[in-house]
Design a protein around this ligand. Structure first.
Ligand code: TMP
Length: 207
């Protein structure tokens, strides 16, 4: 597949969405064609599923049902948005992808790793070329995330221990796969944007 596929991952409140927007602007100003997208969502069907999974009570869905819903959303996102953009040769930046399911559904509430991996192999089957993990103290992340107004707080409502498990899980995953780069997300936004650029620049096609 042509194009470059990037995912941004991290616990809630890590600042990755802001950084994804900033990187998109920087790349576009340098003449690159970029599709900026997000999960859950990124296509009309997947945005409908987003509301189901991010709003409401924490016990609204079991982790197993969440795996199915997030994977259904991802499949639609892949078909309608990601694959077409990569086929046009664009840089795709997705704010979350399958690693979020591996962590938030796979390990935070019992071990469902194998279920996540099997469904991923069956229905999704691709990984990003590069994954930037925005790492920071979960207490700071949660404070930032809950300070935002809105109704998409189902995962934030699962509490600090949940976010701590997620952070540890992301770091373990990052240590296992070469495609990961860990970014210190505790620095100020300009410094974080500089680390993002320094990390990405070597992967951009030149000439
Ligand atoms: P966001 O705050 O980055 O938009 O992410 C929305 C929430 O969805 C976040 O709390 C993590 C959660 N999530 C999962 O639990 N599994 C997934 O597969 C994805 C993509 C997100």
């Amino acid at each position: 597949m042509a194009g470059l596929f990037l995912s941004f991952e991290g616990i809630d409140g890590s600042g990755k969405s802001t950084q994804a927007r900033r990187l998109t602007e920087t790349l576009r100003s340098k003449g690159h064609a970029v599709t900026l997208t997000r999960e859950p969502g990124g296509s009309p069907g997947a945005e409908e599923i987003r509301r189901l999974v991010l709003e409401g009570a924490t016990d609204r869905w079991s982790p197993e049902t969440e795996i199915l819903l997030f994977t259904a959303a991802r499949r639609d996102h892949l078909e309608k948005t990601i694959r077409p953009a990569l086929a046009r040769g664009e840089i795709v930046i997705t704010d979350r992808f399958a690693d979020s399911t591996r962590i938030f559904q796979g390990i935070t509430r019992g071990d469902l790793t194998e279920t996540v991996d099997r469904l991923h192999a069956l229905m999704i089957g691709i990984e990003p070329d590069l994954t930037l993990l925005f790492d920071l103290d979960p207490a700071k992340g949660l404070a930032r995330a809950t300070a935002r107004a809105g109704v998409e707080l189902r995962f934030e409502d699962m509490g600090l221990a949940f976010q701590e498990k997620a952070r540890a899980g992301f770091l373990t995953l990052a240590a296992r796969h070469d495609r990961f780069r860990v970014i210190d997300a505790d620095a100020n936004p300009d410094a974080v944007a500089e680390s993002v650029w320094a990390t990405l620049a070597p992967h951009l096609a030149t000439g």
